[in-house]
Design a protein around this ligand. Structure first.
Ligand code: IPM
Ligand code: MN
Length: 363
């Protein structure tokens, strides 16, 4: 009997449904080639569900998900609903309640035409960001007093626990070690990005990083403040290999990273708890203006699915899926990832067909 994985499918809002459908189309072909199966359970949460039922995401849904292997997620966000409400309940809900403490965000350039920087080619841009995913300004501790008055005070706490800081830093060191040295380098490199010179609470990051580093003499360490790191990303992205950072800075710098590799149409992410159910999504939002128009690129979700394949133990399938996408971009068959330049469904079909034809060629 072949292996069966339980996969939650949460398309969400806006373009979520169309990009997830394309990813599933590709998954069908992958299963056929690699001989595994998936039991897929549709999770209806998002704006429509909320408007119909008043429910964001019930506890029972988190309980169901806990027994699954992974969730494929589209996007959340709808202009009809109060900013942050669904994002907090569903995206942050999954990250926090399922304790998905790693937000893994690859920034890998597949073709130089996708990069707005002069003279940068795929050999210059191959970064793995490990964004902490459960703490910092996202801990949900905030409030305001005298709201609306000229004396209003508004507060939000940045929270860093020893456990939360240490586990993401350890994950990043392990990942750096696994990735190994970049071509021409002697050692793998891990850069820790914080702002401990201004946000003194982040001093815990500096200390824990130094401490854990002693256990990884084979990994070279670097440190950069977030403002400088943003500068280096644009000036010398080749300087980065694996990087680890706090939740909020990780959110911001990975959007910058996305723009170096072709934009939101290709930037993937995995919300991971090693060994437990994890959630995979493009880093883009729901882009309501493109909803239902078959214009949005599904590559971000497809590459997020590659991270999912790695997570559930299908490493060969993961590598082959990434190689398929890389080949389509490098040969110019996918010309652009801007919304509308290719149809969403066309891109899904291209990836699926190329995946199958590469498998036939190997057979
Ligand atoms: C992301 C998103 C979310 C975040 C939003 C939608 C809450 O921007 O996944 O990067 O800030 O983490
Ligand atoms: Mn973001």
């Amino acid at each position: 009997m072949s292996t069966v994985y339980d996969i939650g499918v949460l398309p969400g809002d806006g373009i979520g449904e169309e990009v997830v459908n394309e990813a599933l189309k590709v998954l069908d072909a992958i299963q056929q080639v690699y001989g595994f199966q998936t039991r897929r359970e549709h999770l209806p949460y998002g704006a429509e569900h909320f408007l119909k039922t008043g429910e964001t995401m019930p506890e029972a849904a988190f309980d169901r998900i806990r027994d699954m292997h992974a969730v494929i997620f589209g996007a959340i966000g709808d202009p009809r609903i109060e900013v942050g409400k669904l994002e907090f309940a569903i995206i942050a809900g999954m990250r926090h309640k399922l304790d998905l403490f790693v937000n893994l965000r690859p920034v890998k350039l597949y073709h130089e035409s996708l990069c707005p920087l002069k003279g940068k080619t795929p050999e210059h841009i191959d970064i793995m960001f490990c964004r902490e995913n459960t703490e910092d300004a996202y801990a949900g501790i905030y409030g305001a007093t005298k709201k609306g008055s000229e004396h209003e005070i508004s507060l939000q706490q940045m929270v860093y626990t020893r456990r939360g800081t240490e586990r993401i830093i350890r994950y990043a060191f392990d990942l750096a070690r696994k990735r190994g040295p970049k071509p021409g380098k002697e050692k793998a490199q891990l850069t820790m990005i914080d702002k401990a010179n201004a946000v003194r609470a982040q001093d815990i990051w500096t200390r824990v990083f130094e401490e854990v580093a002693k256990e990884y003499p084979d990994v070279a360490t670097e440190h950069a403040y977030i403002d400088a790191a943003c500068m280096w990303m644009v000036k010398n992205p080749e300087w980065f290999d694996t990087a680890v950072t706090t939740n909020l800075f990780g959110d911001i710098i990975t959007d910058l990273g996305a723009m170096l590799i072709g934009g939101m149409g290709i930037a993937a992410s995995g919300n991971i708890h090693p060994g437990k159910v994890s959630m995979f999504e493009g880093i883009h939002g729901s882009a309501p203006k493109y909803k239902g128009q078959d214009k949005a690129s599904p590559l971000a979700t497809i590459l997020a699915m590659a991270l999912m394949l790695d997570h559930i133990g299908q490493q060969e399938a993961k590598k082959e899926l990434e190689a398929t996408v890389a080949d389509l971009l490098q040969t110019g068959r996918i010309r652009s990832l801007r919304a509308g330049d290719h149809k969403c469904s066309e891109l899904g079909t291209m990836v699926r067909d190329e995946f199958l034809s590469r498998a036939r060629a190997r057979a």
